[in-house]
Design a protein around this ligand. Sequence first.
Ligand SMILES: [Zn+2]
Length: 266
Amino acid sequence: MTQPPMRKGQAVHRTVWAGAAVALCAAAAARRRPLAGLAVAGAAAAVGASAYLPSSPLLGRVVHRGPADVPRAALTFDDGPGPSTPHVLDALAAEGVRATFFVLGRQVERHPGLVRRMVEEGHEVASHGYDHGILIWRGARHVAEQLARTERAVARAAGPDAMSRLFRAPHGFRGPATALGCRRAGYRPAAWTRGVFDSAEPGAAAIARRVERALEPGAVILLHDADGWAPGRPRQQTADALPEICRAARERGLELVPMGRLVAAA
Ligand SMILES: [Zn+2]
């Protein structure tokens, strides 16, 4: 049976309780062997923190940037397709820029025509899982199922070869089994160099300014063409920021390419 997606708050809650349990065990062990107790607590804290650090290598290698000596960067869009995706695609088409869309399987089923359009216009379609559920506490089988279900939805929408092999976990949060599930399903974990919090809707000018500051050779910029938790919510500000972002990249001599191409050598 399919489980409902785990929300961010639930995952954090569970991590705090697990942390408290480990701390109690470590304290008990520390009475007899202080060094062993400290080592257990330290290792658990490092793993626990890594779950929330998208590019930490402790929970498996994650590709998050391209080479720093090649003048290229990537724009990536999470959580779609949704109501603002056509505006994002229009803006990218007007600038002649190709990007990567980390799509949710659930959204692909709702908007198959938009996924077809992404592929037709030369963008990369990558996976963000099926339902945006947090994966920290999920087993490898659950992770692999999320990926397989999304891949089937993309194949139905845009053909069997439409999906790239990059996978970005919701919020970048990973658990001990995420890398294994990802490998089983044939994907490579992906993160980013800079998120600009466009989902907080700070205005198109602020979004563009933040991206401009983060643009450098090898950068992978995290943006959103939809909302993973509120699929009907628009991301118009992000679409409106794109002409300015593309202009800034051109001025710096940076070519904007899909992430798969950017990290091919990484
Ligand atoms: Zn997301």
